[in-house]
Design a protein around this ligand. Structure first.
Ligand SMILES: Cc1cc2nc3c(=O)[nH]c(=O)nc-3n(C[C@H](O)[C@H](O)[C@H](O)COP(=O)(O)OP(=O)(O)OC[C@H]3O[C@@H](n4cnc5c(N)ncnc54)[C@H](O)[C@@H]3O)c2cc1C
Length: 377
């Protein structure tokens, strides 16, 4: 699977970080339920957040495959840290990087690359989940800038972010063709952030609502040309789906490792449970799911790196790997018996955290409809 020295180096570096610094503290971090600021900054100092951006513009000069290797390894340690990292590398900073002015790059993008500022991405609204044509946060021309009014919800990093990339409607009659991305710093007058949501999984990923009331921003804060929001979103959609698939691969690897370890250790009826075919069957299914997920994921990331259109392949990867992660979360909690139900073991966390993967980047109901259409239906 490893195709280059860079891939081997990134995998080894991240694996070492996960094994020595993240995984041993995963339980403590998850239970604290706070944004892991110290780890966030540590990952920034490793140059991880710039992995998709060129070296001469503040990045680390990598590509989508390297980005997804990082996401996978971190998710093997703790899904919520992987999710925060994934957001910082891609959705939270991508449009700022491509369309921000030199001053915005200096003041926000470069500090974000160093882990000194937290980014977030705001599409979803109370009435606009899968159906982004319903986005109702309005951006209205106002003097030499825009006035923003509306509400966003399910904003990952909302409670801690320093700036938001926000999808707004500038021409409601045009629905999807009237949406645009805007850059809104957190300290802008009229921005308010709700209390963090109480979540089932990824409990250190802080998520909230945002309200924009009479928020005034300069014209240069529109990220991308007028009416280009959907087009710009589509330009990273395959990458978002690959990233989610890579997170699912990491979770499956962690669940499989724990399952094998436990099956070797636990003895019942005079034999370790790994000698029983019913347990072997589960492990075989998990290992096969994991391999298939990894193959689908990195087929798609390599297509992105080679600039080959791959929305179908990325959608299949996201759909398959995430469903496989849900199966892995189920199997590991069964293999551990009662201990799979205990908060002392990581199995329960894999069971809860896999749900995080189901919604962003397209729900599976919608992905399956698309895949059926691409298959010729
Ligand atoms: C942990 C987490 C983090 C998130 N982070 C962010 C974030 O940072 N930024 C952000 O903008 N959003 C974020 N979201 C929101 C996420 O993007 C939405 O949940 C997603 O877009 C789906 O929208 P919805 O939840 O409103 O579901 P809905 O769109 O209301 O769908 C509800 C159900 O109906 C199904 N459905 C909807 N339309 C169709 C259709 N046409 N055909 C068949 N079935 C359909 C769906 O598949 C789903 O099962 C996050 C969500 C979660 C859970």
């Amino acid at each position: 699977m490893i195709r280059s020295d860079a891939e081997a180096l990134v995998r080894k570096t991240m694996a070492r970080f996960v094994d020595s610094e993240l995984a041993p503290r995963a339980k403590e971090i998850d239970e604290a339920g706070e944004f892991p600021g110290e780890i966030f900054r540590r990952i920034g100092r490793m140059g991880v957040y710039g992995i998709r951006y060129p070296r001469d513009r503040g990045g680390s000069g990598g590509n989508t495959t390297l980005y997804c290797i990082i996401c996978e390894e971190l998710a093997r340690g703790l899904m919520s840290v992987a999710a925060i990292t994934a957001m910082q590398c891609l959705m939270g900073t991508n449009f700022l990087f491509h369309f921000g002015s030199p001053e915005m790059i200096e003041e926000y993008f470069l500090p974000a690359m160093r882990g000194e500022k937290v980014a977030s991405f705001c599409l979803t609204e109370p009435e606009a989940g899968s159906d982004l044509g319903n986005v109702n946060t309005r951006a209205v021309p106002d003097g030499d800038g825009y006035r923003i009014d509306g509400m966003k919800t399910w904003v990952t990093n909302g409670p801690v972010a320093d700036f938001f990339t926000v999808l707004c409607q500038t021409d409601p009659a045009k629905r999807l063709k009237g949406v645009n991305f805007f850059f809104i710093p957190r300290d802008t007058a009229g921005v308010s952030v709700s209390k963090p949501f109480d979540l089932l999984g990824t409990r250190t990923t802080k998520i909230s609502e945002l309200a924009f009331t009479d928020v005034r921003i300069p014209r240069r804060y529109m990220l991308g040309g007028e009416g280009q929001g959907m087009r710009n979103l589509m330009s990273i959609l395959a990458e978002i789906r690959c990233m989610t698939a890579a997170l699912a691969v990491g979770l499956q690897q962690a669940a499989l490792n724990d399952s094998i370890r436990y099956a070797h250790e636990r003895a019942q009826f005079g034999s370790t449970i790994g000698r029983y075919q019913m347990i072997q069957g589960k492990i075989a299914d998990m290992a096969t799911d994991l391999d298939a997920s990894r193959l689908l994921t990195y087929r798609a990331t390599r297509m992105i790196d080679e600039k080959i259109s791959c929305i179908k392949e990325a959608s299949m990867a996201k759909y398959f790997a995430t469903e496989a992660a849900c199966r892995a979360g189920d199997k590991v909690t069964r293999i551990l018996g009662a201990y799979g139900y205990s908060m002392e073991y990581s199995a329960q966390r894999y069971y809860r955290d896999n749900r995080f993967l189901l919604y962003g980047g397209g729900t599976h109901e919608i992905l399956r409809q698309n895949i059926a259409r691409w298959a010729g239906l």
